[in-house]
Design a protein around this ligand. Structure first.
Ligand code: FCB
Length: 460
């Protein structure tokens, strides 16, 4: 296998963006403060049975109040960038047309403070935290509702666009569409493949329509979208598994990559859905020129990478489809395999197939149980190993010509992990959700040293 020498931060481009990522709903809490509207996640989290252990995000990390303290820790960490998201319900009034000055002021303060610390803000416009009013007007299922999103994009980029120069339109449309509209495990909790595909389409369309608005309001800024990509590896070299892996790739990855980079939706998965009788209404939400809008050129592709998928065909009887050649390795608490090689291979493939102008790893990280226990020295060695091996994979991809320009670790601190409530800790900083005390873990200290260029990352 390809090997590189022990590596230091200085082996990356000096302009490389090193950061951490968070999202509004997962950290801010204070769901009614200063005229904030109800979010679809407020509604979902209050619905019995939706969040594990009936935890809610009414307080989360109380970052709405404690942001300065959190930014002190962010600055001490030594990052040059920080990715966070705007809560759409905080910054507009119930007509979704007028701004809520108090909400805007909050994000104004965050941006100014980050800049005063020489930390470059990367702002996500939609990290799932969207107004219930928008949902009631039809939400992402409804093409007409895109207008409301564009109004919000206009408001935010008008207000912050002079200072924020990196914009991410949507975070992980796959999760919004499939978990929110097919599985029903995320807000708004629907279960329909037809709706899911319409939601996907309108998210992509609204992404394409947002780009010129952002460019107009935020001169010389860079715009992209963040996709959660999950490379598929067939469990064996049988034809059945190879085909199943290709179909998985089409529905999970190519469904977004193809239209964003100038093509149509992938065909095999559409045929397969039709054959299974799942697409009774077809794809009639697609209108002329939509693909032109979706493929509006962007400056970067954001990739959230956590793991790979090992795909085994479920239609072939197991005993007729042997041997299984790939078995997953070590896993994180979410049962996600630790597979850094997948990141390297994904980056190389994306570069070869789509040639994005540049790429950022907008999320990468791991949750483990080791850090639940609160001590002054939280030894999250597994997280360190996870991050180390994935940063190494980034470097290998860079060495193969991939235009990777940044890496954002998920997450700055433990936070509200959606339907999993407070059960998954991804942070470099431990948060005591009762007292709101923050304790930097060993992974924080490790990243800090790496960023100071004091330590090597070893090839394992
Ligand atoms: C991603 C989300 C992020 C966080 C991580 C663990 O899918 O974008 O908000 O929940 O997973």
């Amino acid at each position: 296998m390809y090997k590189i020498k022990d590596m230091k931060k200085r082996d990356f481009n000096p302009r490389f963006k090193w950061g951490t990522a968070t999202s509004s709903f997962q950290i801010e809490g204070n769901i009614d403060a200063d005229g904030k509207l109800e979010s679809i996640w407020d509604r979902f989290a209050k619905t019995p049975g939706k969040i594990k252990d009936t935890e809610h995000a009414e307080i989360a990390c109380d970052h709405y109040n404690l942001w300065k303290e959190d930014f002190d820790l962010l600055e001490k960490l030594g990052v040059n960038s920080y990715r966070f998201s705007i809560s759409w319900p905080r910054v507009v009034q119930s007509d979704l047309k007028q701004e809520n000055p108090k909400g805007i002021e909050y994000y104004d303060r965050l941006v100014d403070d980050l800049l005063s610390r020489n930390i470059d803000p990367f702002v996500t416009l939609n990290h799932w935290d969207i107004p219930q009013e928008f949902q009631e007007k039809g939400g992402w299922v409804d093409r007409e509702s895109i207008e409301y999103f564009l109004d919000y994009v206009d408001i935010i980029t008008n207000n912050l666009g002079d200072r924020v120069k990196n914009w991410i339109t949507h975070n992980e449309p796959w999760i919004i569409a499939y978990l929110g509209y097919n599985e029903g495990t995320h807000a708004p909790g629907h279960k329909s493949l037809e709706k899911t595909l319409a939601v996907n389409h309108h998210l992509l369309l609204s992404h394409g329509l947002s780009v010129p608005i952002i460019r107009e309001n935020s001169k010389d800024s860079k715009v992209g979208i963040a996709l959660n990509l999950n490379p598929a590896y067939p469990a064996s070299s049988s034809e059945a598994d190879i085909k199943a892996a290709q179909l998985f790739d089409e529905y999970f990855n190519a469904w977004y990559l193809e239209p964003l980079y100038g093509n149509q939706y992938p065909e095999n998965i559409i045929k397969s859905w039709k054959n299974e009788g799942k697409l009774t209404q077809g794809l009639d939400f697609i209108k002329d020129d939509d693909f032109k809008v979706i493929s509006e050129p962007t400056d970067f592709l954001g990739i959230n990478y956590y793991s790979r998928a090992i795909i085994r065909c479920s239609k072939t009887e197991k005993h007729k489809n042997l041997p299984v050649e790939i078995v997953p390795g070590e896993k994180t608490k979410f049962d996600w395999e630790v597979f850094p090689q997948g990141l390297e291979e994904l980056l190389v493939r994306i570069n070869k197939d789509y040639s994005p102008k540049s790429i950022f790893i907008t999320e990468n990280g791991a949750s483990y149980d080791s850090d639940i226990q609160e001590t002054e020295d939280i030894n999250d060695v597994k997280r360190i190993e996870y991050l180390e091996s994935h940063i190494h994979a980034c470097k290998k991809a860079v060495d193969q010509g991939v235009p990777l320009q940044g890496y954002f670790c998920w997450s700055l601190m433990d936070n509200f992990e959606w339907a999993e409530g407070l059960n998954h800790r991804f942070g470099l900083i431990h948060v005591d959700f009762d007292t709101q005390k923050r304790i930097p873990k060993r992974s924080y200290k490790w990243y800090q040293k790496f960023l100071k260029d004091e330590i090597n990352i070893y090839q394992k």
